[in-house]
Write a new protein. Sequence first.
Length: 645
Amino acid sequence: MRLRPRTVCLPRSLASIALVLTFASTPALAQKRGRAGRTPTTQNKNAENARRAQAFTLLVETADKARLFDDLYYRARIQTLAADALWPHDERQARAIFRRAWEAATASDKAEKEEAARGGGGLLPATNENMTEARDEVLGKAAVRDARLAEIFLHDLLGEKDGASVDRDEATRRTAWGALSANGERRLTLADEMLEAGETRRAVEIIAPTINEGVSSELIAFIARLRGRSIAEADTLYLRLIERAAADSQTDSNAVLLLSSLIVSPGLLVVVDEFGALQFSVLPPASTANAVTQQPVNERAQIAFYNLAATVLSRPLTQRDGPLTMQELMARFYATGRLLPFYENSSVPYSAYAPALRARHSELFNEIEASRREQVSSQFGVNNLTHAGYVDPLRSEADQLSRATDTAERERIALAIVRTAVRNKYWDRARRAAAEIEDVERRQAALAFIQVHQIKDISIAYADEKEEDFESVVKFVRESDAPPFAKAWGLAQAAVIAARKRKAQTSQTVAELINEAESHAARVAQGTPERVAAYAVVTTAAARVDAPRAWSLLRELVKAANAVEDFTGEEVSLDLNGNESSDNETATHFSVEAEAFRLDGIFATMAHLDFDKALAEARALDGDVPQAFATISIARTGLEKQEPK
């Protein structure tokens, strides 16, 4: 070690020493204070950077481990989730993992098809070819991140050689509704997923190639849904579809009718079938529908549509291949009669078409028998189909039950009513239907099914933070005949509701409810998914109201998960019938589904409390797959930007 040479100082006086020390110590003291003032911030920043680096490493390691999984589906799925989480932080590496996931997914789907072929199972060849579950998962995640990468995967899946190519044989087998080809259907499904995820631009990029297949009801319906997200992009896509139709000599009157929907009757599609009869289809409203989405299509698209419609509808009645079919004759008559008022009452540039269309309409009028003509003419002004009053979803089944005399038939109908009533949260009517079941065991199973779903609904029914009536919730759960895991679930939710009161005695009540919930969880048989679900919901509730307690519950959750054979960690459905099974059509089969049972959400919650402790518990999971799900969720939390405390 190199030593600094010592300096000999002989000060002239004690005062000089004091003065020197004073001036020398002042900046040093200030510097020390400055360092002390900055230390917490620096430490926090360093800790956050270290955590993010660790989270990044975890994702890469988890993706690498997944490459060795025996289960091909989860080999692909885990790598997909890791790549998706990595993308914002290392796009290059994430893209490489996505590609490996795609290879694994392709192998998984191939193995599934081969197994189905060996086992028979009555699958049609088309069904066998459409086994793409693993690739669909990768494709959906990749599309959110990179449309070009998704396009590569999609081409591989569809076997396309060129992005603009279309299976013409399949595309030309069109119905009145203009059905998409199988390739187009897959694009539509993926685009809808992107739309639901809020990835509007990605959705448009994915669906755009289907324009080459021409007009279809499915594409028009998608554009209508797209208008709920982005009117400008929807109208641009609509214009491209019109331009494609204008360039296609096979565009017919049904295509014009479908295209007219967005201008004349938003929410209602109409075509004419092969028998010359009108067929209507109501589009469900967009999830974000509001006054803005009801704005008319932009002027450029309207002009393009009316120009196209006039061209198609003014064609001669006799064509090179003979006279019009009944379908085309009626479709052209209806389309012309429906659109004429818009031509005649409009200003330039398309009002000039009105005289020619009026003349063509007269010709069509004379070609159609009076009864058909009058029936179709009465529908010219229809632009929506409304159902007045309330429609009872149980009415049909209730009528059947009132007429049924056979015991087995009455039981079957009553069980169907129970399920429908529960789905609509008609608890009283569900119980009344259950009372119609004569078999005691089935009646009890139906009542338990109702109560479990009422417990599931607690968090929704009490979502309002102002609602604090936990006593009634506790009373209902305690008095119910629900299985132990459901009682644990209900009491855990009651604890969260009780915690809102913020009174001195509330903390004790909350702790007691968590204790009671845990006691019910402990009663669930070991080695069952129900026990895992019970500890999952109690742990999640404790994380919100009693964090220290949540860690001991998490350890019990890990033990429960390790005891379940083939547990994956993403199970969301529990069979309420145990091992009961029967081929009898009246056999009861009840289940309950909830995202609250998943491991990834629980470990993400715990990671927000303590990253390192959550990771330690995740590593205690025995299964590679559940451990991977938990680790990825923890890593995602570690990569999040932490809010200053």
